[in-house]
Design a protein around this ligand. Structure first.
Ligand code: GYE
Length: 343
């Protein structure tokens, strides 16, 4: 009887030990194999992406997934299909799960106060990625990693202004002003707001401000399809008056190029085209002479995001705002640059 009892006890102890060992092993093998760790356990990050509206966004998602894998971070990825309410739901479920850290791309600027307060109350740090948020209390997030949309918008105007002057372009309607149409990004997104603001600020500050007339400006929702549709309607209303197209992203410019060709005009010649992002598709279009310039916006934010998350969870101080580096690529460097492009 005693022997049986001893045997049962021994087996029980083995089971308990194995259980603990298993747990320890899972935790330590995480850090041992270079996995991200906070206090020895693998980091779980809840990440809410807005969707897959553009080539840029696909590159952004891939960068984040790859960087999580490289850093050994357990990434809980959620796709919001372009809806803020889905993002709020995802963030709430990350809080309920008790993830270590939350990161998200805010589809629009406002409406985040309540859910971010819930994350703060649950002691879960938040990193804002890519776009900006507008909050009453900025302590609701720890860090923001992204791009400088205001500068991008300014650079667009400066490039256009130099180009039109250098090429000695004549307004197509025979008047004294260049007519500009704008395809804007998602309504209410910080990117669409700032890319407009930057463009208009630079225009107002230029001695050539009077040479430009913004004929029409409408959202194309950052997609190729919508960009094409809205450009079709611009062409119907203003056809041979349009001198310049500014598209808030390359995908909308690519859609617009199709609309311009279908209307029997030459994109990149009859209508000067500039857009933002720097995706491979627009480099190809520039090589074919169908677009004139892209102002880069860098989507490869994954490595910096993982590094920042680790620092925050290790109690290190991080910068509140970090912008990634970006360049400007006119058509004459497209062919040389395309092979080096990573997205
Ligand atoms: O320019 C556009 C995308 O938020 C900076 O979103 C990003 C923008 C990017 O869909 O292509």
């Amino acid at each position: 009887m005693k022997k049986i009892l001893a045997l049962v006890l021994a087996v029980m102890m083995m089971v308990v030990a194995a259980g603990c060992g298993g747990g320890d092993q899972a935790a330590s093998s995480g850090s041992g194999s270079g996995a991200a760790s906070s206090g020895g356990k693998q980091i779980t990050m809840g990440f809410s992406q807005i969707g897959a509206e553009s080539e840029w966004r696909t590159a952004n998602t891939e960068s984040i997934k790859q960087a999580a894998q490289d850093a050994g971070v357990n990434l809980q990825f959620s796709d919001a299909q372009q809806k803020q309410e889905n993002q709020i739901k995802a963030i709430r479920s990350f809080i309920a799960q008790g993830v270590d850290i939350i990161a998200f791309v805010p589809i629009v600027e406002t409406g985040w106060d309540t859910v971010l307060k819930e994350a703060k109350d649950a002691n879960i740090p938040v990193i804002v990625v890519d776009r900006d948020v507008k909050l009453a209390d900025d302590s609701l997030y720890v860090a923001k990693i992204g791009t400088d949309s205001l500068t991008e918008g300014k650079n667009v105007f400066k490039w256009i202004d130099e180009y039109m002057t250098k090429e000695n372009k004549k307004p197509r309607d025979g008047g004294s002003q260049y007519n500009v149409v704008i395809l804007e990004g998602t309504v209410g997104s910080s990117v669409a707001i700032r890319r407009n603001e930057g463009f208009k600020d630079a225009m107002a500050a230029s001695p050539n401000a009077g040479k430009y007339n913004i004929l029409a400006s409408q959202t194309g929702e950052f997609t190729r399809q919508k960009g094409q549709e809205v450009m079709e309607s611009f062409l119907k209303s203003y056809g041979d008056k349009i001198d310049v197209l500014y598209a808030h992203n390359d995908d909308m410019a690519l859609g617009a190029i199709q609309a311009i060709e279908a209307a029997g005009m030459k994109p990149g010649k009859d209508i000067t085209i500039i857009s933002v992002d720097g995706v491979k598709g627009i480099f190809q279009a520039m090589i074919e002479g169908k677009s004139n310039c892209t102002v880069e916006c860098n989507p490869l934010q994954g490595p910096l995001l993982m590094e920042t998350a680790k620092k925050i969870l290790n109690g290190e101080k991080v910068e509140k705002l970090v912008y990634v580096d970006e360049g400007i690529f006119p058509a004459d460097v497209a062919e040389k640059t395309l092979p080096e492009r990573k997205y």
